[in-house]
Write a protein that binds this ligand. Structure first.
Ligand code: OGA
Ligand code: MN
Length: 288
């Protein structure tokens, strides 16, 4: 197994490992340590069934059930659908779903914002593990930004200012300018706004990270517009090109990221012409 870093600040490709095989503890520990060290891991050329996708993710800890946000999927934990969320523009018959349908517009617009999965929840998601089944011949990249690198690069006076500050995160905020479908509305009803520190400490490494995202609206105890401007400024700072990695997908790629210290967003592609089929498992996180 070889570890090759992807950018100066974060991200690594793990080479020479088949993650669908039964990994011994030594191999798994190397991968797990690399995950906390690099925040983003890439495995190329994997042939990963849905079952193996779930099993690989479960080595890292408990998963989030998709029934949390899509109540209609199977409630049976032995059914893989219970654990997999799908981002796809293809319907059950294999046809492309019109890009101007409400469901597609919602997915494209929401995924295009720099976000941390589930930051609107009291216990935000720890990690996301995304596998590519079908990929358009061009575009449709996933971009990531390191909030840990951004934090470490902040001037000292900013770090002092940030100490002890909390931000409010809500699904309603990130969707405030969208025309919502029923599924999105029910998520708003289900999850009241959550408060999270603007600076988090990652327990596995002791490193500090900023924690801002599209769901973050304002700073607790500050006038609304002052907090909103502050968060916008921090988002702009964190998502500068120098803190980013852009992943150009190939089918069989698996990309996993630490939502506690990374932002990500999906870039557009010609979605009326090309299929893009992804599936994701999600690691359960804990409030800080
Ligand atoms: C996700 C996500 C963006 C993409 O899987 O959580 O935001 O590029 N994906 O598919
Ligand atoms: Mn996401």
């Amino acid at each position: 197994m070889k570890i090759k870093s992807l950018t100066k600040h974060f991200g690594a490709e793990i080479i020479g490992i088949d993650i669908s095989s039964a990994l011994d503890n030594d191999a798994f520990n190397k991968i797990s340590n690399a995950f906390y060290k690099y925040s983003v891991l890439l495995f190329r050329d994997q042939n990963l069934s849905e079952e193996k996708h779930v099993a690989f993710t479960q080595r890292f800890g408990p998963l989030i059930s998709i029934t949390e946000s899509v109540p209609s999927v199977s409630s049976d934990p032995n059914n893989v659908n219970h654990w997999l969320i799908r981002f796809s523009n293809v319907d059950e018959n294999g046809s492309i779903i019109p890009p101007d349908s409400k469901e597609m517009i919602g997915m494209f617009n929401a995924n295009a914002l720099w976000h941390s999965d589930g930051s609107f929840k009291k216990n935000p998601d720890k990690g996301s593990v995304l596998y590519a089944e079908q990929i358009p011949p061009e575009k449709g990249e996933t971009e990531l930004a390191s909030l840990r690198a951004a934090y470490s690069d902040l001037p000292n006076h900013r770090k002092i200012e940030l100490e002890g500050l909390m931000a409010e995160h809500s699904f309603a905020h990130s969707r405030r300018n969208f025309d919502l479908d029923e599924a999105a509305k029910s998520i708003i009803d289900k999850y009241p706004p959550a408060e999270h520190p603007l600076v988090r400490t990652i327990p596995e490494t002791g490193e500090k990270s900023l924690f801002v995202a599209s769901h973050a609206s304002h700073v607790i105890g500050w006038p609304l517009d002052k907090g909103e401007n502050f968060i916008n400024e921090l988002m702009e700072f964190s998502t500068q090109k120098r803190f980013r990695y852009s992943h150009q997908w190939n089918p069989g790629d698996l990309l996993m990221w630490d939502n506690r210290c990374c932002l990500h967003r999906g870039k557009p592609w010609d979605s009326g012409k090309y299929k893009r089929v992804m599936r994701r498992t999600t690691l359960m996180g804990q409030a800080e």
